[in-house]
Design a protein around this ligand. Structure first.
Ligand SMILES: *[C@@H]1O[C@H](CO)[C@@H](O)[C@H](O)[C@H]1NC(C)=O
Ligand SMILES: *[C@@H]1O[C@H](CO)[C@@H](O)[C@H](O)[C@H]1NC(C)=O
Ligand SMILES: *[C@@H]1O[C@H](CO)[C@@H](O)[C@H](O)[C@H]1NC(C)=O
Length: 467
């Protein structure tokens, strides 16, 4: 290092040190003689909790995992492992969620070890005081990949897992999925949220678009998130349109693709018994029905379909979405559906699917496994609906050179039009939610009642709110 820099650095460090030292270490030696101790806190070694009351819905024990034969088959080496080899091979066992269904509990984890699908893991049950229920250990196995099916135990309020009969992970609460009928007809997996670039604008358009076509629930999995996007997700949770899973792995960085299965299994089990249909896409993909509303179409197919396959087309996006909120006008003019319409013919290559989470036994990125007998896959023709996948032409994204590649392959590009009425509603709804979350104004002296101004004058002056 340039030695002429050293001196200023030493001075600066000393100033900072003195600043913080003074800030945190103010002493009043004149008080030492005067202070007397008047009480002691007593922390006992063991707390006597009140006895647990077992609610009627929790007074149930089961003896067999539903569809165990199908799960065992799918867990066999080579059956589904190759579909999930994207996973990291040494992931720690960390618990994400536990879903309580009528006849079983499924625990989702971050342990993605493709080669170990089907290997043993132990379900551990805890009462309302987080005390392990004696004699309750149940030996299960990983299937699919990161998830574990456990029996129900009467009185269990928390659950955990362990790889042997040693100390389990700290237990987590059960998320209720005891519905006679799923409360949502259409739910949407919104991909993984990771990296610190601000995605609130894209996510607002994603949610508001799918609300317009009939979705009522959005499942987000958050690995890393910026504060603004988190505020938007909080707003969707507050209004009952979203559930957010927070996933904390031991890895640094954003090797996003390599955690995709953690998010997908989490979304699949979160949606089971909660959404009748589950659209498994990312937040840059938009299902676009033509003419007929998508729910009308799905209902018209009858009750024997458990997977719908959609065609996909990419839309070239020529600049990044806005990341900083300035005003609603700017938000209204940044709607992707309005700004970009360059695309190619839709195709079933790398399709995305909508599934019945209660009728299939595993979901991966592009299809499902282990469909219940009597159910079928249905390919949705492009003239009914297709997926619009917005892809930014920017070297910072994976596969962003698709336009150049497709031109080389002689693929024809085209423009499409969207209904004016749809675009108007989309723009209004995005502006409404984004405005609610981010449109703020400063506190001024006039906002503060006179008596409070009097009382807090030095503080208000320091904050430059009042003179
Ligand atoms: C608090 O605990 C200390 C150390 O055990 C003891 O010396 C002191 O008398 C106690 N004070 C009171 C108020 O009980
Ligand atoms: C639980 O159910 C059993 C019958 O299955 C019943 O005998 C018992 O009283 C119930 N316990 C509670 C706490 O409701
Ligand atoms: C497609 O978008 C361009 C601007 O990018 C616009 O000029 C054109 O009118 C649009 N075409 C259709 C068919 O909407």
């Amino acid at each position: 290092m340039d030695s002429s820099l050293l001196f200023p650095i030493v001075i600066l460090t000393s100033i900072l040190f003195l600043y913080y030292y003074n800030r945190y270490e103010i002493a009043f030696p004149e008080l030492t003689d005067k202070v007397v101790y008047i009480e002691n806190v007593s922390v006992h070694e063991k707390i006597e909790f009140a006895k647990c009351r077992v609610e009627i819905w929790n007074n149930k024990t089961t003896w067999e995992i539903p569809r165990i034969e199908t799960l065992k088959l799918l867990a066999k080496p080579g059956v589904t492992q190759s579909a999930t080899t994207e996973g990291l091979s040494d992931g720690q066992l960390r618990l994400v969620s536990a879903f309580l269904y009528e006849d079983e509990i499924v625990v989702t984890t971050t342990r993605q070890r493709p080669a170990q699908t089907g290997t043993p893991v132990y379900c551990r049950y805890f009462d309302c005081n987080r005390v392990e229920i004696p004699g309750s250990i149940y030996k299960s196995f990983f299937m699919p990949l990161t998830s574990v099916h456990c029996l129900r135990k009467s009185g269990a309020s928390f659950i955990s897992l362990s790889l042997s009969d040693d100390k389990p992970q700290s237990p987590i609460p059960l998320t209720h999925r005891l519905f006679k009928q799923p409360p949502n007809e259409l739910g949407v997996c919104a991909g993984q949220i990771y990296g610190l670039d601000k995605k609130w604008m894209q996510i607002a358009e994603f949610v508001e678009h799918h609300k317009l076509i009939g979705a009522t629930m959005f499942y987000f999995s958050v690995f890393e998130i910026d504060g603004m996007t988190r505020m938007l997700l909080d707003e969707y949770e507050r209004s009952g349109f979203a559930e957010v899973s927070i996933i904390n792995t031991e890895y640094t960085g954003t090797a996003a693709m390599l955690r995709h299965m953690v998010q997908i299994h989490e979304c699949f089990y979160r949606a089971r018994q909660h959404s009748k249909w589950l659209l498994n896409i990312d937040h840059d993909e938009f299902l676009m029905p033509r003419e007929k509303p998508i729910l009308t179409y799905i209902r018209s197919l009858g009750d024997h379909v458990a997977e719908l396959v959609f065609t996909m087309r990419r839309i070239a996006k020529f600049r990044d979405s806005i990341e900083v909120y300035h005003n609603i006008k700017e938000v209204s003019s940044d709607i992707q559906a309005v700004n970009y319409n360059l695309t190619h013919s839709p195709s079933y290559q790398s399709p995305k699917v909508m599934i019945r989470p209660d009728k299939v036994n595993m979901m991966i990125v592009h299809w499902s496994y282990g469909m219940e007998p009597g159910y079928k896959v249905h390919a949705v023709p492009a003239n009914i609906a297709t997926l619009n996948h917005y892809r930014t032409i920017s070297p910072k994204f994976l596969w962003s050179d698709f336009v150049a590649k497709l031109i080389k392959q002689d693929v024809k590009f085209m423009h499409f039009t969207l209904q004016k009425e749809y675009l108007k509603r989309l723009r209004e709804n995005v502006a409404q939610v984004v405005g609610y979350v981010f449109e703020k104004h400063d506190v001024t002296c006039e906002n503060i009642p006179e008596p409070i101004q009097k009382y807090t004058r030095p503080y208000l002056k320091k904050m430059k709110i009042c003179e």
